[in-house]
Write a new protein. Structure first.
Length: 181
């Protein structure tokens, strides 16, 4: 994503026979604030739709990929062997936030000590299906002026602190003395 862009795009686009463009989304979220002893129970990736001009529907697939602090050419290699984390069908996208359907593997992919990184690609790209037209969707990016950045919702619980052991207090004995004068 170019810093000047307010959208991120996934899919493919026929720009002229036989030329076409394939786009993927690489995302990372700072998840280091999740406590080390937390048990993650659910993860949901949510993206806000900007544009859907696609003439062909496809499945977006989020896959685990720790691409580091910068993207390199190697980050696009062998993309379909990485662990599938979540999917979203481009058919019927809402103009608001759209939630990817998470796989069980997404929970294990959350990095509690740093950044959780992954990428999103098109099922048509994975099946090596050449585009016949517009086959991409755009989502709002972090730089979007509307304040609708990508979201990673992580649900977790932390163990309760053990109760302090009960301290026994000495029994208070009250006695009365009667003295005769």
């Amino acid at each position: 994503m170019d810093d000047a862009n307010t959208v991120i795009e996934v899919g493919q686009n026929l720009t002229g026979t036989p030329t076409y463009v394939i786009t993927e989304i690489f995302l990372n979220f700072d998840t280091s604030s999740i406590p080390d002893d937390a048990t993650i129970t659910a993860v949901t990736l949510r993206l806000r739709l900007a544009f859907d001009l696609s003439t062909t529907d496809f499945i977006m697939r989020a896959r685990e990929r720790d691409w580091g602090d910068t993207l390199e050419a190697a980050d696009w290699a062998s993309v379909y062997t990485d662990t599938l984390l979540a999917t979203l069908d481009s058919a019927g996208l809402a103009g608001s936030y759209n939630s990817f359907v998470s796989q069980a593997a997404f929970i294990a992919a959350v990095n509690k000590t740093g950044r959780t990184r992954f990428f999103i690609h098109s099922s048509l790209q994975e099946s090596n299906t050449a585009p016949t037209g517009l086959e991409f969707v755009d989502f709002r990016a972090n730089e979007d002026i509307n304040g609708t950045p990508p979201q990673l919702d992580v649900t977790y619980s932390v163990p309760e602190a053990p109760l302090a052991p009960a301290t026994s207090q000495p029994a208070i004995a009250i006695s009365h003395s009667v003295a005769a004068y």
